[in-house]
Design a protein around this ligand. Sequence first.
Ligand SMILES: Nc1ncnc2c1ncn2[C@@H]1O[C@H](COP(=O)(O)OP(=O)(O)OP(=O)(O)O)[C@@H](O)[C@H]1O
Ligand SMILES: [Mg+2]
Length: 235
Amino acid sequence: MTGEVLYEGKSKLVCRGEDESTYIIKFKNTATAFNGLKKEELEDKGKLNAEISNLLFGYLTKNGIKTHLVKVIDDTTVVVKKAEIILVEVIIRNVAAGSFSKKYGVDEGTKLNNTVVEFSYKSDALGDPLINDSHITALGIATQAELEQLKVMALEINDLMSALFLKAGIKLIDFKLEFGRCEGEILLCDEISPDSCRFWDAKTNEKMDKDRFRRDLGNVMDGYRDVLNRLKKVL
Ligand SMILES: Nc1ncnc2c1ncn2[C@@H]1O[C@H](COP(=O)(O)OP(=O)(O)OP(=O)(O)O)[C@@H](O)[C@H]1O
Ligand SMILES: [Mg+2]
């Protein structure tokens, strides 16, 4: 069970923690896309995302990445360190897809010459617009030193996750991360799941992530379940 709900997000509940330094986060079954315009309840989504995210955070922790995860309470609930979320989403792209393909007129699946690091401003009201380093520092959202650290951490996470998923027969196309400030450190926060990553089957390029929901491709949770099962085999 969880305590008082402090914030209800699109896919998770943030609840009062066991003490002042923690939150309890509960993963919901709700799926949303296009800034909440499309919305559906998908059976088991909460527990699939929670388990995938917990496994990935555990793997990253083992490999030296500092994360907010304290402990797992049950199949949809975790205790995390309370952080001050830095209001940028850090997006890493290995292969062109989604908004990048649309914006720059590049076919989905085009391999990029180098890894792309993008920031978008976390603002539902503005539709999470793309934002650059000088915008971010000008607006006081983060310092240049913090941005440099976010980039280093995100690229390290990309190397670790790309290698892991390759073993699982999955291409990590792109993903978004959230970071927070906590006791003088920057921690990886929020979640890493098929909601926040693009995963393609390495052989067939079949999509195994939230694009199945966004694009009405059907069997959305089968894709998530497949990601989890393959991940378990390589961890
Ligand atoms: N360790 C943490 N400390 C504080 N806040 C966190 C932490 N981890 C995640 N969050 C925040 O908790 C919320 C999780 O809920 P959810 O992901 O459903 O939100 P959301 O609808 O995506 O909204 P948002 O636009 O704020 O991300 C997010 O606002 C996320 O930034
Ligand atoms: Mg979210």
